[in-house]
Design a protein. Structure first.
Length: 191
């Protein structure tokens, strides 16, 4: 199978199920942003971070592929004629969300209380995590717009929301692990 098919040369692409839509369609933007997020998580996982965090990120990357596959499927063609689902992949479940929440709670219990907003930065690894967090927020925004127009399982929205929270707390934990001072945002006083 060749990597290039030339079928997208006119600005359209195919969803799972064969439906062709413009490459600028909100569905493509949604799963494309999730793909971008997955790449940032891969870069973060390649850093010198705890093995436990690397394993969590690998699990999250797997879930993001699942999420992308769900969003890349034409909802009207998600079922085969015999009544079976077109994709034989697991769904995003409430348990997946609870796993993120548990990881957030564990990390948060090891960190000093947050008293201010925190400016991203302090170390390249921490910055990568903050970039992933902001891409996750964008993925959530694009997915919610798609959801308003073409509803899908809203567990996906909850997962993305919780994942951005996870990435924020992970950035704080990475700062702590790397012994990097968090830069608190303290607004300048007006004269």
């Amino acid at each position: 199978m060749k990597i290039y098919t030339k079928t997208g040369d006119k600005g359209k692409t195919a969803l799972f199920g064969g439906t062709r839509i413009p490459k600028h369609h909100m569905r493509i933007e949604s799963y494309g942003t999730i793909d971008e997020l997955n790449s940032w998580l891969g870069l973060l996982r390649d850093q010198q971070i705890a093995v436990h965090s690397k394993k969590q990120l690998a699990r999250i990357q797997d879930k993001l592929f699942t999420l992308g596959a769900i969003l890349a499927t034409d909802p009207q063609k998600a079922m085969l004629k015999n009544g079976k689902e077109r994709l034989n992949i697991p769904k995003i479940s409430q348990t997946d969300i609870e796993i993120l929440e548990s990881a957030i709670d564990i990390m948060d219990s090891e960190l000093p209380p947050m008293t201010h907003f925190i400016l991203p930065g302090g170390h390249t690894t921490v910055s990568y995590c903050h970039i992933a967090r902001t891409v996750c927020r964008r993925a959530e925004r694009t997915a919610t717009l798609l959801y308003e127009n073409e509803p899908f399982d809203d567990t996906i929205l909850s997962y993305l929301n919780r994942l951005s929270d996870y990435l924020f707390v992970l950035a704080r934990k990475l700062s702590n692990d790397l012994k990097v001072e968090e830069v608190k945002w303290i607004p300048e006083k007006k004269d």
